[in-house]
Design a protein around this ligand. Structure first.
Ligand code: 13P
Length: 257
């Protein structure tokens, strides 16, 4: 983390979990413990249908609510999809774009990711753009090339001001939901690489302002070590964000520096 130049952001990705009734139990457990998170921003990205309820549940707190995906078109015949304006309208502040599960199951490509990033920023939402390699790609030694490509295409055509509002989440696919975390050094090295790519394209001032998260089996135990890496500015947390105590422990780890 580098608290001088950028915000630390701890974001939960609830994926396809929790009804709004279950979310209320979570909110009741976590709300009394919030408020001490001075430095870091806390976000919960939840299924679209639950966003209005979540915004209500967390309205007196500093927790921002986000979506897990969006479409890039403003309207039209795209059954089942939601637009960025719809997300904005129900109170979302963030939206995850290009999660590896979306890339794997719903044919998202780097080019649709780029269109969605543009749409989100134009609507005033902060995109959390996910990039990351598979185990096979890591073993082949192409992680850096792949990440460079994903980041460059995702950010193509954005202004400097827009890039500053993007959150990049480095999520190695082999670490998601597997209990297998990248070591702090492995994760830190890729996050530093991401900042280098942004620096080359947009300059040092923009690069140092961008929040870069790590995601993939981040939990109460390993969060502090990961967050101690200079270019890891937060986490995108799946499983552990569903449990109030675990999620709170990660928030507290972010506030320890
Ligand atoms: P886990 O924390 O469950 O590994 O999930 C990470 C993730 O995919 C967050 O987007």
């Amino acid at each position: 983390m580098n608290l001088k130049y950028r915000k630390t952001i701890i974001a939960g990705n609830w994926k396809m979990n929790k009804t709004i009734t279950e979310a209320k139990t979570f909110a009741d457990a976590i709300k009394p413990q919030l408020g001490r998170h001075k430095w870091c921003e806390v976000v919960l990205c939840v299924p679209g249908v639950n966003i209005p309820g979540m915004v209500r549940l967390f309205k007196d707190t500093r927790v921002a609510i986000g979506g897990e995906t969006c479409h890039y078109e403003a309207s039209g015949a795209f059954t089942g999809e939601v637009t960025v304006e719809m997300l904005k309208d129900v109170g979302a502040k963030y939206v995850i774009i290009g999660h590896s599960e979306r890339r794997q199951y719903y044919n998202e490509t780097d080019f649709t990711v780029n269109k969605k990033v543009h749409a989100a920023l134009e609507a005033g939402l902060r995109p959390i753009v996910c990039v990351g390699e598979s185990l096979e790609q890591r073993e082949l030694g192409v992680t850096e090339e792949l990440i460079s490509y994903q980041v460059k295409v995702a950010l193509a055509g954005l202004s400097d001001t827009q890039v500053r509002r993007v959150v990049v989440a480095y999520e190695p696919i082999w670490a998601i939901g597997t209990g297998k975390t990248a070591t702090a050094e492995q994760a830190g090295a890729v996050c530093t690489h991401i900042r280098t790519i942004i620096r080359k394209q947009y300059g040092a001032r923009v690069a140092r302002a961008v929040t870069i998260q790590y995601g993939g089996s981040m939990n109460a135990k390993n969060a502090a070590e990961l967050l101690a890496q200079p270019d890891i500015d937060g986490g995108l947390i799946g499983g552990a964000s569903l449990k109030p105590d675990d999620f709170m422990a990660i928030i507290n780890a972010a506030n320890q520096e």
